[in-house]
Design a protein around this ligand. Structure first.
Ligand code: ADP
Ligand code: MG
Length: 478
């Protein structure tokens, strides 16, 4: 087993370049354009193995760039003229499948017309079946739905040469072992299998023995905590706990924070308190419809929501690039989970805060974390938290919802054009643009939000009049 430890300070200038890999010039240029100037440690460790055609087990934390590590391997082997499914990626949830699809799309821009299909539960079968009939090069989906398609005969895997199990630990947690096994057995024996995971529970060895051939293993041990994550603990009483979250937010003023709670009830209670204090907070939980979940994630990722309140189950695997802080509203029962939680802040050359609230009866859990981490908790008193600035923390952006999306052939460029060329705003005042099937969400700077809303409602997008709303107002009135 290859044990690789990244340099304590991930200095981008010393990371290896993609030029060292056997990738096409078009792909190299595309990577440059995407701003992927150097490989992340897991990419540097796994790409040479994957590109050489070996089976692989790669373990590295969330946010370390695992998607590109398998995407580049499968794209390199792809024959665009063959319309059979040549690569398949299994993911635990629809959101993760969507994220993987998007990342592969970005990386595939260099090649001509590569078709990628996402096949997940929760969506109707019919359109998926007809898309499959039209041919696809790559399929990304959840094990259950892929199984359904195999059973109906709507998915043919004869041309498959790469199978990827992404977030394998999470898929096992969710009870997908049998489905994965069935799907893997339906794949041609001659194939490359790549398994990615954030942790290495027992089931992974079992999967690997059954479905991988002489896999090479790459593990990146977690060294990030010492350098990039500043961790502090605060002792709180039961009465202080929920209020303390607002105190932390007003003291540190992070633009984006995930607040982890151990229970759904705690999430609801915290959300109440934060709303009463005037914070812009949203929560993710199992009762949300898919569209509502998407809207929560869009607003959090585009920086128009300050705090995402979530349980571990709801938040796992989400790729949120810029996260200034993680707040542990409760200390987890398992010290490994704590490390996963705080590993979400301080990514990609940024520092992040990991702030934990602990009451007297949680001290044994803090000790378990100290032991696993090999560190001493740094305790600070709540009394040192003083609000910086006089106002409650506000997100820098506001989300506008345009009724109309992919179905109306709206593209991000159309919206950007309407706001910059027609309405006269600068590019810098416009944030992320997410185009979904029926709606488009665009983040704009808070101070131009009203004017942007008015100008979009008065003007045109793609030659047509559109209806535009503040997403938070629509949600509040729904
Ligand atoms: P993981 O699957 O390990 O959780 P992702 O593949 O989702 O991580 O990548 C996390 C983020 O890092 C993504 O936003 C991705 O676009 C970005 N990223 C990946 N590789 C690189 C790279 N070489 N340089 C810069 N950013 C990268
Ligand atoms: Mg991933």
């Amino acid at each position: 087993m290859t044990q690789i430890t990244p340099p304590a300070s991930a200095d981008a200038s010393t990371n290896p370049s993609f030029n060292e890999l056997p990738l096409s010039p078009a792909m190299q240029a595309n990577l440059q354009q995407l701003g992927y100037l150097t490989m992340t440690p897991i990419q540097a460790a796994s790409l040479p193995i994957a590109l050489a055609g070996h089976d692989l087990i790669a373990q590295a934390k969330t946010g370390s760039g695992k998607t590109a590590a398998f995407a580049l391997a499968l794209l390199t082997k792809l024959n665009p003229r063959n319309f059979g499914v040549q690569a398949m990626v299994l993911c635990p949830t629809r959101e993760l499948a969507d994220q993987v699809t998007q990342e592969i799309r970005r990386l595939a821009r260099a090649e001509d017309n590569i078709k990628i299909l996402t096949l997940c539960g929760g969506a109707t079968m019919r359109p998926q079946i007809s898309s499959l009939e039209h041919g696809a090069h790559i399929v990304v989906g959840t094990p259950g739905r892929i199984m359904d398609h195999l059973e109906r005969g709507s998915l043919n895997l004869n041309a498959l040469n790469t199978l990827v199990l992404d977030e394998a630990d999470r898929m096992l947690d969710m009870g997908f072992f049998d489905d994965i096994a069935k799907v893997a057995r339906a794949c041609p024996k001659e194939r490359q299998t790549l398994l990615f995971s954030a942790t290495y529970p027992e089931g992974i060895a079992k999967l690997s023995q059954q479905f991988l051939r002489k896999p090479q293993e790459v593990t990146l041990t977690e060294q990030h905590t010492a350098t990039k994550i500043r961790q502090r603990f605060y002792e709180v009483s039961r009465e202080q706990r929920l209020n303390a979250v607002g105190q932390l937010l007003n003291h540190f003023r992070p633009v984006s924070t995930i607040a982890f709670c151990n229970t759904r009830q705690q999430c609801r209670d915290l959300l109440d308190v934060l709303h009463k204090q005037g914070f812009n907070a949203l929560t993710l939980h199992g009762e949300l419809e898919q569209r509502e979940r998407d809207q929560v994630l869009v607003q959090f990722a585009n920086r128009s929501c300050s705090v995402l309140v979530a349980t571990d189950v709801a938040a796992r695997g989400l790729d949120i690039a810029q996260l200034e802080a993680v707040i542990n509203v409760d200390i987890t029962f398992e010290p490994e989970v704590h490390i996963h939680r705080i590993g979400r802040t301080g990514r990609v050359d940024q520092e992040g805060w990991a702030l934990s609230l602990a009451s007297g009866n949680e001290m044994d859990r803090v000790m378990a974390i100290e032991k696993l981490h090999g560190m001493q908790a740094e305790w600070h008193p709540l009394s040192e938290l003083t609000p910086t600035g006089t106002d409650v923390l506000m997100p820098p952006m506001v989300t506008l919802q345009i009724l109309g999306g992919r179905k109306e052939k709206i593209r991000a460029g159309d919206v950007l054009g309407a706001l910059t060329k027609d309405a006269g705003f600068t590019k810098e005042q416009i944030g992320k643009i997410n185009v979904t099937e029926f709606s488009t969400y665009v983040a704009v700077e808070r101070k131009i939000a009203r004017e942007a809303l008015r100008k979009l409602n008065e003007g045109k997008v793609k030659g047509k009049r559109v209806k535009v709303y503040f997403l938070h107002e629509r949600l509040a009135s729904a």
